[in-house]
Write a protein that binds this ligand. Structure first.
Ligand SMILES: [Zn+2]
Length: 397
């Protein structure tokens, strides 16, 4: 009898080349806090990551190029600590202006984009695409007029809250009494206006009831720009499995946050144990500044990094597990990358800057995900959501 034909074993199958898969993808990151550096450190996007003794950061033009990152949403975050007199719009507009100045200074390398079409055009001409998002609905100072003006200036998503609740939306970091709702009547008007304009509604940071209430009223699919999976890491900043399923039903996308305390449960617990000492150190630092003068963010951030450096970094596999989980629960069409670069004090092992993004692709291919699925995760899903938001806005009477 002739020998039966050999069954190809897994080891002999041709595996996709991770570098080629990553290089052929349109890679978009939904969230980085880099804009503060332009304002507070007078730092330039084409400069090396670190200047003098200031902390190294995660994203500049060189690392974006090395990581094949095509586009970044820069968060305009009016950190309440940085807004004396609650002048949130002033801080938001100062950050926005600083981003525009970067683009003005480097017109051959950078492009400010306000639509999927512009993003793709930037990519085609080899320019790094910069997009704008607002982090924290307090930025609109309870004014739909300000919301519309932010849109006119290029803002294309808004996180309804940051860690603070505002007058119209409740945050996961600042829960209200049980009888309250997640959104007020004005909050519902904000969502309707965002839908009408074509600003993506971003549900990172909001409380569970805000999340649920928004999904019942939004006409457009929603963005979750920088959150991970709560089933794996118990932070209220992460989405539960029920929320992931609701997000999938809405057509939205959850962009996985890379922060160690959101992706690794032992790290999160160690960080929580350390928190009282860190809070005390921040208070001591603030006392060194005159009353009413905020501690510059990069100085405060240095303290966070010093404390973070005392804890062992989680393995890269912890981060990869969040991608796997969200794919399993919500589906491959509802996951993306929301690094939170330059806004976090600790990253998993192996990820030090945007230059390391290809390691995500390699690890996920290794776990059996296909190149087609990887392309969705790396950018196509967010591009689809961005397009859908604008299409439904255009069709609004
Ligand atoms: Zn955030």
């Amino acid at each position: 009898m002739p020998n039966p034909p050999a069954i190809p074993s897994e080891t002999t199958a041709i595996l996709p080349d991770p570098a080629a898969v990553h290089a052929s993808a349109l890679v978009i990151d939904a969230h980085a806090d880099t804009a503060q550096r332009f304002v507070d450190e007078s730092w330039d996007f084409t400069s090396p990551l670190a200047i003098a003794d200031q902390p190294a950061s995660h994203l500049n033009l060189a690392t974006a190029r090395r990581g094949n990152l095509a586009a970044e949403f820069f968060a305009l975050w009016p950190d309440p600590e940085q807004c004396p007199g609650a002048r949130y719009a002033l801080r938001t507009l100062t950050l926005l202006d600083a981003v525009r100045e970067q683009v003005r200074r480097h017109p051959t390398e950078l492009a400010l984009c306000t639509s999927p079409k512009e993003l793709l055009a930037a990519r085609a001409t080899g320019k790094f695409a910069i997009l704008l998002g607002i982090e924290g609905g307090h930025a609109i100072e309870n004014s739909l007029a300000l919301l519309r003006l932010y849109y006119a200036l290029g803002v294309r998503y808004m996180t309804l809250t940051w860690t603070n609740s505002n007058d119209w939306a409740e945050s996961s970091g600042d829960l209200r009494p049980k009888a309250s709702t997640g959104l007020t009547d004005f909050g519902r008007q904000v969502i309707a206006e965002m839908n009408r304009l074509g600003i993506m509604v971003d549900l990172s940071h909001v409380s569970d009831r805000t999340f649920a209430e928004v999904l019942t009223i939004t006409r457009a699919p929603v963005l979750v720009s920088h959150s991970s999976a709560r089933a794996l890491t118990g932070s209220p900043r992460n989405l539960t499995d029920d929320q992931l399923r609701a997000l999938a039903a809405n057509g939205g996308v959850c962009m996985v946050n890379f922060y160690s305390a959101f992706i690794d449960e032992p790290y999160r617990k160690a960080w929580a144990t350390q928190k009282p000492a860190l809070t005390a150190a921040h208070k001591k630092l603030a006392a060194e500044y005159p009353k009413g003068t905020p501690v510059p963010y990069y100085i405060a951030n240095r303290l966070d990094r010093d404390f973070a450096a005392r804890l062992p970094r989680p393995p890269l596999s912890s981060l990869i597990a969040h991608f796997d989980h969200i794919i399993q629960v919500a589906g491959i069409d509802h996951v993306g990358i929301g690094t939170d670069f330059d806004g976090i004090s600790a990253l998993p092992e192996g990820i030090n800057s945007a230059a390391d993004l290809p390691k995500i692709t390699a690890a996920l291919l290794d776990r059996g995900h296909s190149p087609t699925d990887l392309h969705k995760l790396l950018g196509a899903n967010l591009l689809r959501l961005f397009s859908a938001t604008q299409t439904q806005a255009d069709s609004t009477p």
